[in-house]
Write a protein that binds this ligand. Sequence first.
Ligand SMILES: Cc1cc2nc3c(=O)[nH]c(=O)nc-3n(C[C@H](O)[C@H](O)[C@H](O)COP(=O)(O)O)c2cc1C
Length: 406
Amino acid sequence: MDFRDRTIILGVTGGIAIHKSLDLASQLVKQGTSVHVVMTENATRLVQPLQFQVISRNPVLLNPFDTGADWKPPHIDLADRADLLAIVPATANIIGKLANGIADDALSTVAVSVHCPILLAPAMNGHMYQNPFVQRNLSMLKTHGVHFIEPASGDLACGYEGVGRLNTVETILEGVGNILTSTPSLETQDLQGVRVLVTAGATREYIDPVRFITNPSSGKMGYAIAEAAAQRGAEVQLVSGTATVSAPIGIKTQHVETTLEMYDALLETFNKTDVVIMAGAPADYRPREFTPHKIKKTADTLTLPLERNPDIAQTLGERKTHQTVVCFAAETNDLLENAKQKLIRKNCDLIVANDILAEGAGFQSNTNIVTLLDRDGTCEQLPRSSKRDVADAILTKVVSIRNGTK
Ligand SMILES: Cc1cc2nc3c(=O)[nH]c(=O)nc-3n(C[C@H](O)[C@H](O)[C@H](O)COP(=O)(O)O)c2cc1C
């Protein structure tokens, strides 16, 4: 792998596997990467910063207040130049800080300042790793698109056996390579100035003031697309139904409840957009009548007449002029056949087909398994990947469709 011209911030924390980080820094430098090490105070108790300085051939950042003669604080300067922040090893402590947005030293301050992908290689005692608070923090970071090199099982330095060993340097290098090849470098922001409209989450169709019809969409896929597009330079507008995770920070978001509200929001913006990616899950039907008072439990059965909601994807497909329209096909059977028909019927440019019943795919999951189908009949099957990686793959495809390069 060749990482020439790429800039990596290597975050180093106070974990016993810190020596592997020295090896990682050395391998990255050999491959032509510009490596900038940021160490926590506890990391410096285990390894001298000078070792990282010599290996990385760059000064090690220990204190964000060491500005020297520069006007720009060093954590912002580094964060602005980085293609990747890799924290190896990542202690339970830094994982907790990241998950809670704490910025109280050089590394945690850099971590909240970067706008590049973040990769964590956790390593710790097995009990620490299984600790419910640590697990909650890990899953929160995964939801927000942080990449992980999962720890391996085996003998741990603390004398225990179990999950928690820092993975091998080769595996970490492979992870770094995968991220750098799937994300464009900061110099090539391939969606710079492109107006991207994204939908996410589920809609609610109210039966009475306290009951509604909905679906389990979590919003994670649409949010990952919105975040990835913004990172690639797009002007992103998000139209979000209800979601189980918080909406991405810094992205213009319009919250809607019903399919009709989502439809209106999209039609209003459609003419002023270049790309629309519909990862949201609007309900196809709504109750024909809304009962203004809570329906009483009297009859043994209750029949609810439903009526069709407008088909948002179909409408945008019909009205499109210059826009690139991307739809999702969440299917439970005959995935590719149904997706192909949807692509034609809705006149969209790209369909992201996913079998929502497959393990590791669909609603709620942090990962997805999708196939990308375009109008030329090209079919690209992606392996099970994090929703953030799926988002980047979709955007790469959108860029090639728009450039006519596929
Ligand atoms: C010898 C030694 C080894 C440690 N190894 C780990 C480790 O592998 N993983 C971990 O999460 N914490 C480990 N700790 C605990 C952390 O160093 C401690 O939680 C510290 O506050 C982490 O600070 P930092 O994240 O700012 O570097 C170790 C502590 C000692 C004394």
